[in-house]
Design a binder for this molecule. Structure first.
Ligand code: SR1
Ligand code: MG
Length: 400
């Protein structure tokens, strides 16, 4: 076991897993590939060529990989991630990768290899349909969020949870990249020159910016439940029959609607991207319908499951008052749509764009899709309070 932090090399990663008890045989023929393509970390894929057994090592770097050493970043995010995965596994079994080992000094987690799955974002670009997706994500959201909220936990345990998951540096990234930088001419921004007029219109839209400011304040102050914190379609891996939520290093105790909104935003970004992706109009339209049905079903099943958990477990007598759960769910829906809008606009204007849009090669065609994404994002933020269910949300997106 290392005495001090050091980033693993390819060979170092093999030596590291070899000395862990219970993972590989002494005779294992281990091969390793660094496969990290995210914004922050090293990811090693290690396979025993004899038995085909494999694991993933995810190691935090002391900086944000996407920018480099000029952006230092806490290694504590590895702890946050492994502890969140354990909590999520308790409440949403089967929907997160198994953790085999966590090393606080090396800031790494050894976990289940999900190579038989693909990143959901890649599947959506390829216009794959996933029959379990809405149900599994609704289950993940309802269970992880309800059971880590005050609706279930006693007040002392809830406050201890807030303490355990204080995550100031990663929250600060979100506060900047999602809620601030896209709304002025920030150095971190990076957008298609063909959409400059639409971006400048957003920079000068005080009505929109007041609403985003409200959502930013909610993100920073509404400590409702332990969030995944970055639930985009690059944080979900899928097959036809399995869904796994990965990468909760942005976890903290925040507003329930933030995780739901992140997932909805990424379905809507995919919706917008298929305006510009190759293929026949019919194929693209049919796929867009599936994306909206998935959004609608996710909310619908989240709401049903959250209500069931509430009926069975809500703790406080005052919260059993008839009609109160309806009020809570309506507020969660409104928050979710607002956060979805912010998360759409940041992926078009700010740092860390999404492959759904980036893979549209022709800049002018991409601009059409990006304008649609900005328009949907803006309307989600502005009209969120008038939406009362998943059908109304889908109608809002379709009307744009
Ligand atoms: C510097 S990190 C950029 C983005 O990548 C993560 O996935 C988060 O979404 C973050 O905002
Ligand atoms: Mg991530």
């Amino acid at each position: 076991m290392a005495q001090a932090y050091q980033p693993l090399t390819d060979e170092g990663a093999i030596q590291y897993v070899r000395q862990l008890p219970g993972l590989f045989e002494q005779t294992a023929e281990l091969v390793n590939r660094e496969i990290g393509d995210g914004n922050l970390n090293l990811v090693f894929h290690i396979v025993d060529q004899q038995s085909d057994k494999s694991v993933i090592i995810k190691q935090a770097l002391p900086y944000a990989r996407v920018v480099g050493e000029s952006w230092p970043l806490t290694l504590d995010r590895a702890r946050i991630e492994s502890e969140t995965l354990k909590k999520e596994a308790e409440r949403a079994p089967g929907l997160v990768p198994k953790v085999f080992h966590y090393d606080p000094v090396m800031a790494l987690t050894v976990m289940e290899d999900l190579s038989d799955h693909i990143i959901l974002r890649t599947g959506l670009i390829q216009r794959q349909r996933y029959p379990r997706l809405a149900e599994d994500i609704a289950t993940f959201l309802a269970h992880t969020l309800f059971f880590t909220s005050d609706y279930y936990l006693d007040p002392a345990s809830k406050k201890e949870l807030v303490r355990q998951f204080i995550n100031p540096e990663l929250c600060n990234i979100t506060e900047g990249l999602v809620f601030t930088d896209p709304y002025y001419d920030a150095d971190t921004n990076s957008f298609n020159p063909h959409i400059r007029p639409q971006v400048e219109a957003i920079w000068s839209d005080a009505v929109l910016k007041r609403e985003v400011a409200t959502l930013k304040e909610s993100f920073m102050t509404k400590a409702q439940a332990l969030l995944h914190g970055d639930l985009h379609t690059g944080s979900i891996m899928v097959t036809d029959s399995s869904t796994k939520v990965i990468d909760p290093e942005f976890a903290f105790v925040g507003p329930i609607g933030f995780d739901i909104g992140a997932f909805l935003a990424n379905l809507f970004l995919s919706f917008a991207s298929h305006e510009g992706q190759p293929g026949s109009i019919t194929e693209r339209r049919e796929y867009q319908v599936w994306l909206l049905e998935t959004a609608q079903q996710t909310w619908h099943r989240f709401e049903q499951q959250f209500r069931t958990l509430w009926q069975e477990h809500v703790r406080d007598e005052m919260w059993k008052t008839p009609g109160y759960v309806d009020q809570v769910l309506q507020e969660i829906l409104v928050d979710s749509i607002g956060f979805a809008g912010c998360k759409m606009m940041r992926r078009v204007i700010g740092l860390a764009p999404v492959a759904d849009l980036e893979t549209i090669e022709d800049e002018r065609v991409r601009a059409e899709a990006e304008r649609l994404a900005l328009h949907i994002g803006r309307e989600c933020v502005l009209q969120r309070r008038s939406i009362t269910d998943g059908d109304a949300l889908v109608h809002l997106v379709q009307s744009i």
